[in-house]
Design a protein around this ligand. Structure first.
Ligand code: 2B7
Length: 643
């Protein structure tokens, strides 16, 4: 190379990082909260790769008071010798885009092939970055500022006996719409990595408030599954399978790990990973997993004569109530991703790998655990029956009612006039009269109304068969159009929002809870995806009788008092006892018009806690319920407002 290489390359380096600043979205997806956290993942992934290479057991992430981040590992320390370009290797790693490849030598890179863009991107989008390498007995440090501009060359700060790397950076507020880090987001991600890499200790410290949490799991994904099913009633201890698959025709192998557990509920949850990165949309490894599961159960059921030769168990029926984690490790050269967000594994050999290894090992497992296996086969059969019963019940109800000339409940559905799953809303409305007003008041283009009669079935107490034969329940499943349990498919859901609209009284609250229980038990992804809402009808209507009559609404006592106090003219106060007291126009204006209504989005803060509360509050053990209420609810007498 010519003598002026140094100058030439320093110019391209600058251009590289400047391009990152110009088009951050191209490198980190977005400049919102997600992008902000991406900066952390880039740095942490390098520390994880170092641990995977066999160096370092602990990674600490600190959110500093000023929302800068410090990541620390105890690996070998970033190399800090001279690079052939004449620059220090530390400088290259943090200023050159995708400097990766040249330095790493582990087979399965954490972020390889996925979104991994390298630590230099974090540097480019930070107001400063300080990298310290503890290596060869010395402390080496380099500093950057203003989007990756080197402050000075690597300096030796002193001697040390430890090894490892520390990186501190502060995201640039000119790039990001927010620069406030979220403890829970980082915590969840670190915990996930700790589950995937046995014995790796992950620590998060929040200097803004002194919070600190540590995660380390010697049983890896088995503990992950136990964590996910915590609070549910498990039917057995977590089962764990692992193996190495030799990929035919190429000199390469795929490592697989699967952990699974069945519980007595109706949801299916499969979480999958490739090289420790979550595959949001599944892919070939998940396909291989499902295929092995279906095969192994059918083989077993046939062999043990639990089903007839010509009968088969359907995969979704088997998977009902199952929680599984599938983790595969694949070399970079076999990695293929699909889909717009690259969240789906495409590598064909990954299907064979999981399918082959799991078919064999699960086959042994089923034979070794006969009573469990038989119970699971019976559970799958029951599931199939319930599905058929649900179909029959809907059909029968339709026939019965059409004979009597009555309208069947699905006929009570007022559908939307336009078919657009991306915006359509389904209102589940308590009672026929409110249903009538809602039908009149709605915007029929995108709002569908399903009136529900009386109390909804308590799905926590009812058997699966009873639930599926219940007209309201089966109609909701049918109307939503995405099936339930293991067969539930969010993509098929006909509505963007499902809105529960009840009276603002005790009965209304009860119906809300019953419906939420149903969604939580049978269609949990709807809740997780944030599609379930509660409508908030106003409590008061205030008619101001000034020169011109004006009607205003209040949602709380405070609001009402304020309106009454501030109004200079006579008023008429009406307390709404139910939705039925509102006419169509009022219902639209206060509760259904997207411009003026208030909706509460239902979410799950703490999965295990939610499980437990539903079981205690909705289940059949009245002692536990009483105990919980005594410990958690303070009964106070609230002064009833004059009407
Ligand atoms: C692909 C690049 C980024 N790297 C090494 C070696 C160790 C090492 C790193 C690191 C994040 C925050 C604390 C390899 C790899 C660069 O080459 S990066 N440790 N930790 C890290 O970034 N932590 C390495 C071979 C021999 N000796 C050291």
């Amino acid at each position: 190379m010519a003598k002026n290489t140094y100058d030439d390359s320093s110019i391209t380096v600058l251009e590289g990082l400047e391009h990152v600043r110009k088009r951050p979205g191209m490198y980190i997806g977005s400049t919102d909260e997600r992008g902000l956290h991406h900066l952390v993942w880039e740095i942490v992934d390098n520390a994880i790769d170092e641990a995977l290479a066999g160096y370092g057991k602990e990674i600490d992430v600190t959110i500093n008071e000023d929302n800068s981040i410090t990541v620390e590992d105890n690996g070998r320390g970033v190399p800090c010798g001279m690079h052939p370009t004449g620059k220090n290797t530390m400088e290259i790693i943090y200023t050159k885009l995708n400097a990766g490849g040249k330095f790493d030598n582990n087979a399965y890179k954490t972020s390889g092939g996925l979104h991994g863009v390298g630590a230099s991107v974090t540097n480019a989008l930070s107001t400063y970055m300080i990298v310290t390498s503890y290596r060869d007995g010395k402390i080496h440090q380099i500093k950057f500022e203003n989007g990756g501009k080197k402050v000075s060359d690597v300096v030796i700060l002193g001697e040390t006996r430890k090894t490892g790397t520390t990186v501190t950076f502060k995201p640039d507020s000119e790039i990001f719409s927010t620069t406030v880090y979220n403890f829970d987001t980082i915590k969840t991600r670190l915990r996930e990595s700790a589950f995937l890499i046995k014995n790796l200790k992950m620590v998060i410290i929040d200097r803004r408030n002194g919070k600190k949490e540590e995660f380390v799991y010697e049983n890896g994904i088995s503990e992950y599954v136990a964590f996910l099913t915590n609070g549910k009633k498990p039917l057995h201890n977590v089962a764990y399978f692992e193996g190495v698959y030799n990929v035919p025709d190429v000199n390469d192998e795929i490592e697989i790990e699967v952990a699974l557990q069945f519980t007595n509920d109706y949801n299916e949850k499969i979480v999958s990973f490739v090289n420790n990165v979550k595959t949001q949309d599944g892919g070939t490894h998940e396909t291989g997993f499902k295929s092995a599961l279906t095969k192994a159960f059918n083989d077993y059921a046939h062999k043990m004569k639990l089903i007839k030769d010509n009968q088969t168990l359907e995969g979704a029926d088997i998977r009902t109530g199952m929680t599984a984690v599938v983790s595969v490790r694949i070399s970079e050269k076999l990695l293929e991703f699909e889909g717009q967000t690259k969240g789906k594994l495409g590598t064909p050999a990954a299907k064979s790998a999981v399918d082959t290894i799991l078919s064999e090992k699960l086959g042994y497992f089923l034979v070794e655990n006969k009573s469990l296996s038989e119970a699971l086969v019976q559970k799958a059969l029951k599931e199939a029956e319930a599905r058929a019963a649900s179909r029959r019940a809907r059909e029968q109800a339709r026939l019965d009612k059409s004979q009597k000339g009555e309208k069947n409940i699905s006929a009570k559905l007022a559908p939307t006039s336009e078919k657009n799953k991306e915006i359509n809303e389904l209102y589940l409305v308590e009672g026929d009269s409110a249903g009538g007003s809602a039908k009149q008041g709605r915007d029929r283009r995108f709002q569908a109304i399903l009136p529900l009669r009386g109390k909804v079935l308590n799905t926590e107490k009812a058997t699966l068969e009873a639930a599926m034969q219940n007209e309201e329940i089966s109609t909701m499943i049918y109307t939503i159009g995405a099936d339930y349990g293991a067969k539930f498919d969010l993509k098929k859901c006909n509505y963007k929002k499902i809105i529960i609209m009840t009276d603002a009284d005790d009965d209304g609250a009860h119906i809300q809870v019953l419906l939420l229980t149903f969604f939580f038990r049978y269609m949990k992804p709807l809740v997780e995806d944030g599609r379930i809402y509660l409508a908030l009808p106003p409590l008061f209507k205030i008619t101001k009788r000034g020169k011109k009559e004006e009607i205003v609404y209040a949602w709380t006592n405070e609001e009402k008092d304020k309106i009454l106090k501030e109004c200079k003219c006579p008023t008429i106060l009406q307390r709404y006892k139910g939705l039925g007291e509102m006419n169509a126009e009022q219902l639209w204006e206060t509760t259904m018009n997207p411009e003026t209504r208030t909706l509460v989005k239902v979410g799950i803060d703490d999965e295990a806690e939610a499980e437990n509360q539903i079981e205690v509050l909705m289940g059949s053990d009245s002692n536990r319920r009483r105990e919980w209420l005594e410990n958690h609810v303070q009964f106070t007498l609230e002064e009833e407002e004059g009407e």
